[in-house]
Design a protein around this ligand. Structure first.
Ligand code: AMP
Ligand code: MG
Length: 307
């Protein structure tokens, strides 16, 4: 569904010229409706914390009709009422108790540019990440051959896998084995507003990394590290008071950890996903193949002049 909307935007240039981003919103909302609907069928007792809410959509509006139409491709016969109920179920406040976390279209800017975006779903249980699924519809296989599109999944303690779209085979994935930071590839956001590119460049230089950063939108960055295509993902906030949203990181973080990598904040603590909608107790994000983690954290501390 997301790719269909993305292709339409590419053909018509629609979303980019509209101040209300409505085609993007249609994709966001319809994907949230679909995932929420399926979760309600399979796990009726579970809460869902999702990025969108019913306030985004007036009953009887053109937007509501468009969301219904798109959702019905996956849930035939879905009524307008059931659509609103599914959307509204995403209002869980988060915390430590068992609940799901969803970002229906992560990386909106990439989505609009016809580039990378992700559909990111995670299960939090007892304050910890328990399971994750990360759809990356535009991501090529690691060898850059063949068709775009992979779904990554992970379950705590069971490892991480990649399934190419259209396939039914899950392939186990692991991070790379790079131990010399100078040989590491590092990735970061395309959007300069989302991470301090210049500070991250200083950290890379301190690590002896000469290759330019690989810039990718959305949680596809986590997938790229998890399958060993890059060794490091840095996300240093531009403003120290910015708090990351839990749905922007939960799924990706578990997939890297289960692929034998590490994901922490700048203090080296695992991301605390139990604080509600925001990663309120985590500052900055450092994701690596594990082997490089301590040396990357040390470089961050040196450049930031802390510790
Ligand atoms: P990325 O594609 O990795 O750059 O991240 C996309 C996500 O960045 C979006 O889902 C937003 O929630 C989030 N975001 C928006 N503003 C900021 C900001 N100032 N700093 C960090 N992340 C942000
Ligand atoms: Mg997002």
């Amino acid at each position: 569904m997301a790719r269909q909307v993305q292709d339409r935007i590419a053909r018509t240039g629609d979303a980019v010229t509209k101040a209300d981003r409505s085609p993007v919103t249609v994709a966001d909302l319809a994907i949230q409706v679909l995932v929420s609907h399926r979760l309600a069928e399979r796990f009726p007792g579970d809460g869902l914390l999702a990025e969108e809410d019913t306030a985004a959509i007036d009953a009887d509006s053109v937007l509501a009709a468009q969301v219904c139409e798109l959702s019905r491709q996956a849930v035939p016969g879905l009524t307008a009422d059931a659509m609103r109920r599914a959307l509204g179920r995403g209002d869980h406040g988060g915390g430590a108790a068992r609940h799901w976390v969803l970002d229906p279209v992560d990386g909106t800017k990439g989505f609009l540019r016809g580039e990378q975006f992700a559909v990111a779903l995670a299960l939090i249980d007892g304050g910890r990440l328990a399971a994750a699924a990360l759809g990356c519809p535009r991501l090529l296989p690691a060898d850059h051959s063949g068709q775009e599109g992979s779904i990554f999944s992970a379950e705590a303690g069971c490892g991480a896998t990649e399934r190419r779209l259209g396939s039914t085979a899950d392939r186990p994935i692991t991070v790379d084995a790079v131990t010399d930071p100078a040989r590491a590839a590092f990735c970061e956001s395309v959007e300069a507003a989302h991470a301090a590119h210049s500070v991250q460049a200083e950290i890379a230089a301190r690590l002896g990394i000469h290759r330019p950063p690989v810039r990718i939108d959305s949680q596809c960055k986590y997938a790229v590290v998890a399958r060993g295509e890059a060794s490091i993902y840095l996300r240093l906030p531009r403003r120290t008071d910015y708090r990351e949203k839990v749905w922007d990181h939960a799924a990706g973080a578990l997939i890297i950890e289960e692929a034998e990598g590490r994901v922490t904040d700048l203090d080296g603590r695992p991301l605390d996903v139990s604080a509600g909608r925001y990663l309120a107790r985590s500052h900055g994000i450092v994701a690596t193949n594990g082997r490089l983690h301590e040396v990357v954290l040390a470089a961050c501390r040196e450049v930031l002049g802390v510790g």
